[in-house]
Ligand binder design. Structure first.
Ligand code: SF4
Ligand code: FES
Length: 382
């Protein structure tokens, strides 16, 4: 794997942040699938708290005014919203490049055509496995595989660029070559093979999901081989597991520097998992403009630049490259979001993280995975 050492920011104190480039619009947490690797929060937001159509339209217009180029319409399953075509249209009208991130399950052809008619640019379809058995095991839904295939065919028939996104873990890591073949067979232009990032439900299921090192190493070879063989036919992007890495990832392009998320209820976040950092103060798009939140909210300014860094990051030659790694991962693994991401080889916890991954991946499965589900205060499914 090659890596860039291009510095991301050269100034340490950021008084005025650069314009953001991307918006992850989590339109809803509702979803017909119940994937064990889902990165949505454990406390899923219910339908009654979701932003209405007009507010999302305002969000897209303000995002475009700020300089945002592309919007990822995501969830949950974004097409669970009845106004999805209207939302796509509003984003396109605002001048944003629109990418729909979907499970492809339960999307009617009428809905697909309605979204395309108002300017949907690209579709990213999730892939839980290369066959029906693994897909159903991971997604917790019977018949999901066939529906996904049918949806992929419909997208390609209509000439829309299709990316397949396969989140890899212990249950499906043996299927990477078949996933590559499936992407070719379905006519996808791009395949993303992304090892699970341990947030939300995935963090809860980490011991069931963590792959063994030898399997990770094998997939690296498989992907390199496929990339070479399929040059010009299928582009393959790969994300390898953090816990086995020497250095952390530059998370979301840097805290408050390139992208932001808006939750179904309208909370604007520097990254999709930021609400796990409980001491931060998050602002809502219901009460503030996006520009106001981006520039002035305490949460966005908390870890911008490098001034906040402790040692060893503070005096590290890579501090402008990875910006100290992922704040949410630092919180999940060290209890303090302000620590160095402990997957870093310079962190005193680096060896312990590697050992944790080794232990979790090599022991017998510690019980069934927890499928994603809604829970209201009274225990009923809303
Ligand atoms: Fe990145 Fe900090 Fe590790 Fe340096 S010490 S490589 S800045 S996480
Ligand atoms: Fe929040 Fe990485 S997911 S900073």
């Amino acid at each position: 794997m090659s890596e860039t050492l291009e510095p991301l920011v050269l100034i340490d104190t950021i008084t005025k942040p650069p314009a953001p480039l991307g918006l992850l619009a989590e339109l809803t947490h509702r979803c017909p699938l119940r994937c064990t690797y889902c990165s949505n929060p454990l406390e899923l937001e219910t339908r009654s708290t979701e932003l209405d159509t007009l507010t999302w339209e305002r969000v897209f217009a303000q995002a475009a005014d700020m300089g945002v180029i592309h919007v990822h319409l995501s969830g949950g399953e974004p097409t669970a919203r009845k106004d999805i075509a209207q939302l796509v249209g509003a984003a396109a009208q605002a001048g944003l490049y629109t990418n729909l991130i979907t499970s492809g399950v339960g999307v009617s052809m009428d809905t697909l055509d309605a979204m395309l008619a108002v300017g949907l640019d690209h579709i990213q379809l999730s892939m839980q496995g290369a066959d029906a058995g693994v897909t159903e095991q991971v997604g917790g839904m019977k018949g999901a595989f066939e529906r996904k295939e049918a949806f992929a065919h419909a997208v390609v028939e209509r000439g829309v660029p299709l990316t397949l996104n396969a989140v890899i873990h212990r249950t499906n890591i043996h299927q990477v070559p078949q996933m590559v073949q499936k992407a070719l067979d379905l006519g996808a232009k791009r395949l993303e093979v992304a090892h699970t990032q341990y947030y939300g439900w995935a963090l809860k299921n980490r011991a069931q999901l963590m792959p063994e090192r030898k399997d990770v190493d094998r997939t690296i070879e498989e992907i390199e081989e496929a990339r070479e063989r399929l040059k010009g036919r299928l582009a393959i992007d790969a994300v390898f597991p953090d816990y086995y890495a020497r250095y952390p990832k530059l998370c979301n392009g840097g805290w408050g520097l390139r992208t932001f998320s808006v939750t179904p209820s309208g909370v604007m976040l520097p990254c999709h998992a930021a609400q796990t950092i409980k001491h931060l103060e998050f602002w809502s798009v219901r009460e503030h403009s996006l520009a106001e939140i981006w520039e002035n909210s305490p949460a966005f300014n908390a870890y911008r630049g490098t001034d906040w860094m402790p040692e060893p990051c503070r005096s590290c030659e890579r501090k402008h490259v990875d910006l100290g790694g992922c704040r949410c991962q630092a919180l999940a693994l060290t209890g303090d979001a302000g620590n160095t991401d402990p997957v870093c080889i310079k962190s005193p916890l680096h060896d312990a993280i590697g050992e944790l991954a080794r232990t979790e991946s090599e022991v017998a499965l510690p019980g069934p995975s927890t499928y994603r589900q809604f829970r209201s205060a009274d225990g009923r499914t809303p």
